[in-house]
Design a protein around this ligand. Structure first.
Ligand SMILES: Nc1ncnc2c1ncn2[C@@H]1O[C@H](COP(=O)(O)OP(=O)(O)OP(=O)(O)O)[C@@H](O)[C@H]1O
Ligand SMILES: Nc1nc(=O)c2ncn([C@H]3C[C@H](O)[C@@H](CO)O3)c2[nH]1
Length: 212
């Protein structure tokens, strides 16, 4: 691995990505790339009517992430600086394949590939895998109003979509190391030993060397 790793934290809604990414960035003394969700003007309407608002919402997320990652690439990654991000660009496809249909899905796929195929890919993905019960508890704890009536079937489906996505990334991006964290049993917030265990895994992958 490059001595200056690009680390992305991923997992379904409420898994703890931002929390863990912030903790890792502080612990490893790396800059944090954090997505600002509240700026998305379609969020509330999307959760009220998925079919009507999916395309606008997915395009907004895609354009924002493209800009943010493009900037990060030129300011940090290409300058030899490490970074910890609270998302992987691939999540756009995980969500859009679930929320879009027909011509919109096809058009979105094409735009996704045009925009993202040449972006830097993370060296390490820390994938927080958590059950529906855990995700619902964390979504309730965070208390964003637009997420409180989320369809459980949608969330359950996303858990499966994340599982498939991580399996396909392991094949299509073999140079990326995926560290899976059991988000139900590993409480990196409450238990310092659990966090230390995750840090040790990340450090060992960095030390093991793996060209980007
Ligand atoms: N290991 C944990 N134990 C207990 N609470 C946690 C844990 N991780 C995160 N939380 C809490 O769960 C809520 C969701 O966490 P966070 O915002 O980090 O999730 P996320 O995966 O970034 O969410 P999103 O998918 O919406 O971006 C927050 O209130 C956070 O404080
Ligand atoms: N449809 C859709 N596409 C995405 O790319 C995407 N990324 C995040 N989210 C939702 C999950 C949380 O509610 C909230 C914060 O992560 O935004 C998304 N929803």
């Amino acid at each position: 691995m490059n001595q200056v790793p690009f680390i992305a934290v991923e997992g379904a809604i409420g898994a703890g990505k931002t929390t863990l990414a912030s903790m890792l960035a502080a612990e490893l003394n790396m800059p944090l790339l954090k997505e600002i969700v509240e700026e998305n003007p379609f969020m509330e309407r999307f959760y009220q009517n998925l079919d009507e608002w999916s395309f606008q919402l997915e395009m907004f997320f895609l354009c924002n992430r493209y800009k943010q990652l493009g900037d990060t690439e030129s300011k940090l990654i290409r300058q030899g600086q490490p970074v910890v991000s609270d998302y992987h660009i691939y999540k756009n496809l995980i969500f859009s394949e679930r929320t879009l249909k027909g011509r919109e899905r096809e058009k979105y796929r094409q735009i996704y590939h045009v925009l993202t195929d040449d972006l830097a890919k993370p060296d390490i993905i820390v994938y927080i895998k958590a059950s529906l019960e855990t995700l619902l508890a964390r979504i309730a704890k965070r208390g964003r109003s637009f997420e409180q009536d989320m369809d459980h079937a949608y969330l359950e489906q996303l858990i499966e979509d994340y599982e498939s996505a991580m399996s396909s990334l392991a094949i299509t991006e073999p140079e990326t190391t995926i560290i899976t964290v059991d988000g139900d049993s590993m409480d990196f917030v409450a238990d310092p030993e659990h966090f230390a265990d995750i840090v040790a895994q990340v450090k060992s992958r960095i030390a093991s060397g793996h060209p980007r």
